[in-house]
Design a protein around this ligand. Structure first.
Ligand code: IMP
Ligand code: MG
Length: 175
């Protein structure tokens, strides 16, 4: 089921160094809030926040997409909302992967309604070939082709999140 490794621990480490450096520079003098969408983004968030040299806070959102595929109908249900107010704060949404962009598009609208001072997006993976909703992504780890990936927080049916690297999966039919 697990196929070839797409990004090794070392590759991910290099992306973390680059992204955390950019964030540290771009947000110098600020104390941003990192907002992560559970569950996939937790590992990236944990490593990213240890590498960014700024005072940070974290908050979490949990959503469920209606339909068999995430974001199929472009409607998401918020299962867990933010715990803190973000009015006047510099908010950075930390995502595992942006695929169709439908989930994030919805969440960005929700976050804008909270009147943050600024709002940006930092994603580990960007699969832009499947994009439906136009989204500006300020910080990207890796662009990936149209393959399903697992590891480093990302799952296939709740499996493989624990892998320290990112691999392709071959989805075998059960029949
Ligand atoms: P979308 O951008 O609304 O289509 O949905 C993105 C969400 O679906 C991501 O944040 C992931 O949680 C999940 N997802 C999309 N592609 C993959 C993948 O290749 N592996 C694991 N989860 C994925
Ligand atoms: Mg996600």
């Amino acid at each position: 089921m697990l196929d070839e490794t797409l990004f090794s621990e070392d590759d991910i480490g290099q992306a973390l160094t680059r992204l955390s450096g950019q964030l540290t520079t771009d947000y110098a003098g600020c104390a941003p809030v990192l907002v992560t969408v559970l569950r996939g983004g937790f590992m990236f968030l944990a490593d990213l926040m240890r590498a960014v040299r700024l005072p940070l806070s974290v908050d979490f959102l949990a959503v469920s997409a209606y339909g068999p595929h995430a974001g199929d109908l472009g409607t998401v249900q918020v299962l867990k909302d933010l715990q803190e107010l973000i009015a006047g704060r510099d908010v950075i949404v930390v995502e595992d992967i942006i695929d169709t962009g439908l989930t994030l598009n919805y969440l960005l609208e929700l976050l804008r309604a909270g009147r943050p001072n600024s709002l940006s997006v930092c994603t580990l993976l960007d699969r832009s070939v499947r994009r439906i909703a136009q989204i500006d992504i300020e910080y990207t780890g890796f662009a990936i082709p149209d393959v399903f990936v697992v590891g480093y927080g990302l799952d296939y049916q709740q499996r493989f999140r624990e892998l320290p690297y990112i691999a392709k999966v071959k989805i075998e039919s059960s029949s």
